[in-house]
Design a protein around this ligand. Structure first.
Ligand SMILES: Nc1nc2c(ncn2[C@@H]2O[C@H](COP(=O)(O)OP(=O)(O)OP(=O)(O)O)[C@@H](O)[C@H]2O)c(=O)[nH]1
Ligand SMILES: [Mg+2]
Ligand SMILES: [Zn+2]
Length: 261
């Protein structure tokens, strides 16, 4: 299985905006409305996000035409996105034809792990221009150029490990999933509320480690619900596959409801 590999350098200016790096002026929503920053900076922030939204709508149209369901998976580094996707692909693949786009600042480690599933994998590396810390819609557009969308039903995007700005960038996906591992602390949904608010489901991973930690599992779930009432939370272990039945069923139902709409 070959892995496509490229950097986002060549797509750098596709949104037609001055995409300065790495001053965080282009995507950190907290800048918007700051009195200190003034109206000019506010305009820059808005124009980049507006350009992203236009490209995301184009992606969404393409995915609709091709009848492909797109899942955007986000979390902080090391929560277990890749491990969960490796195990999930093995359960999904006989039934649902999948492909994966995986974003990292450096390395093809994740693509190597994911390609073992037999699914086509495109690795994006963002290091060449300062290590962009999220996947933007134009990067996804370029990445899916390397995938035959006519042959797949489900495209899974493993976003760059970051609990902050990926939440601000629509990529044209159908559903967004946030992963929190029990090793990160129960308070993370309260500290990074945007991510949990913007997602349609949450995975609480590494529950096999609970006996060794002080983490209060119920408190973690309650904190997720505090920022996003009623969001489904799947408590899983990517290591043991505990809790995978409900998570895989949720995903299968979502894919089926789009493909058979
Ligand atoms: N015990 C345990 N370890 C896990 C579990 N899931 C992932 N890990 C381990 O946690 C580490 C990080 O997992 P990854 O899947 O690479 O995490 P990631 O979210 O893809 O990380 P980035 O792509 O770097 O953001 C690896 O050593 C995994 O083996 C789990 O459910 N239980
Ligand atoms: Mg990973
Ligand atoms: Zn970013």
């Amino acid at each position: 299985m070959s892995i496509e590999f490229f950097t986002t350098r060549k797509y750098y200016h596709h949104d037609g905006t001055k995409h300065t790096h790495h001053g965080h002026d282009h995507h950190h929503g907290t800048v918007v409305g700051s009195k200190r920053s003034g109206t000019r900076e506010i305009k820059v922030v808005r124009s980049v996000l507006d350009a992203n939204n236009i490209m995301a709508d184009q992606n969404r149209k393409l995915f609709a035409e091709k009848n492909v369901f797109v899942l955007n998976v986000m979390s902080s580094p090391g929560s277990g996105k890749t491990e969960t996707l490796v195990k999930s692909l093995a359960l999904l693949m006989p039934e649902i034809k999948c492909a994966v786009v995986v974003g990292d600042i450096c390395t093809t480690n994740d693509a190597d792990r994911l390609a073992a599933s037999g699914a086509p994998v495109v690795q994006i590396n963002t290091d060449e221009f300062g290590g962009d810390c999220h996947l933007a819609a134009h990067v996804i557009e370029a990445a899916v150029g390397g995938i035959d969308l006519d042959t797949i039903d489900l495209l899974i995007v493993e976003n760059i490990g970051n609990l902050v700005c990926p939440a601000e960038f629509d990529i044209g996906e159908d559903e967004r999933v946030v992963m929190l591992s029990v090793t990160e602390g129960e308070d993370k949904p309260l500290k990074y509320p945007l991510m949990f608010r913007e997602c349609n489901a949450a995975l609480l991973n590494k529950i096999d480690l609970l006996p060794y930690l002080d983490c209060d599992r119920q408190e973690a779930v309650d904190n997720i619900h505090q920022v996003h009432p009623d969001i489904p939370v799947f408590e899983i272990s990517a290591k043991t596959e505990e809790g995978f039945d409900a998570w895989i069923q949720w995903l299968k139902d979502k894919v089926a409801s789009k493909l058979h709409a």
